[in-house]
Design a protein around this ligand. Sequence first.
Ligand code: ADP
Ligand code: ADP
Length: 217
Amino acid sequence: MRVVLVGPPGAGKGTQAQFIASHLSIPKISTGDIFRANVSGGTELGKLAKEYMDRGDLVPDEVTVAMVRDRLAEDDAQEGFLLDGFPRNVPQAEVLKKMLAEFGTALDVVLNLVVEDDEVVRRLAGRRTCRSCGKVWHVLFDPPAVEGVCDACGGELFQRDDDREETIRRRLEVYQEQTSPLISFYADEGILQGVDATGPVEEITQRAMSALRRFAD
Ligand code: ADP
Ligand code: ADP
């Protein structure tokens, strides 16, 4: 299955992507994760991306699209994938459509994670990420047993630079202006499924899985 997850920053895309991808046995492809890996690896791509990420802006389309094209050409993505954080504007969605058409395929479904603004801000403000394994925690909603330490691997937890108040505000603006038009884009394509993304993580995963099953029928 070829699936895209959309939703505002902090909606829980990364959290859900890992469970949905594992239920469907497809790779999770997160452009944010790939950019962050390049930033910590000090690559040229990372240096370029960091400038935009720190401001809360989108990395330019040509850079992002080239990166996704390479990733989708890898062997593990041939039978399906779950894209988290891409596309993030209508031009990227149009390129993705063309790219998949070149491979002789198309998206099956786009899941839109729906959460109200106040909740999104609470989720982003308390997000902590493990420096070693990348697992995402929340200081209130999903705290590790020991503050600042990842339960999964013992790594150090940190707050992303772009999860500070001012950058959060900018990212929400960017979402409204550039990303939210994807909802009507994919509704017009007839592949959009809304998922209520409030409540416990496991319940949201169940809702997402039933939406996917409904769509597959
Ligand atoms: P996104 O990838 O959409 O930006 P994340 O998956 O990183 O979102 O989640 C943002 C924050 O919200 C994280 O700290 C995560 O632990 C927390 N979170 C995710 N899902 C829920 C939920 N259902 N209820 C409360 N907090 C959640
Ligand atoms: P969140 O889910 O919290 O919004 P991501 O981890 O998906 O954050 O993205 C973090 C940052 O990486 C974005 O604010 C943006 O600068 C960059 N980025 C990620 N995906 C894309 C994309 N598809 N196009 C452009 N920039 C992107």
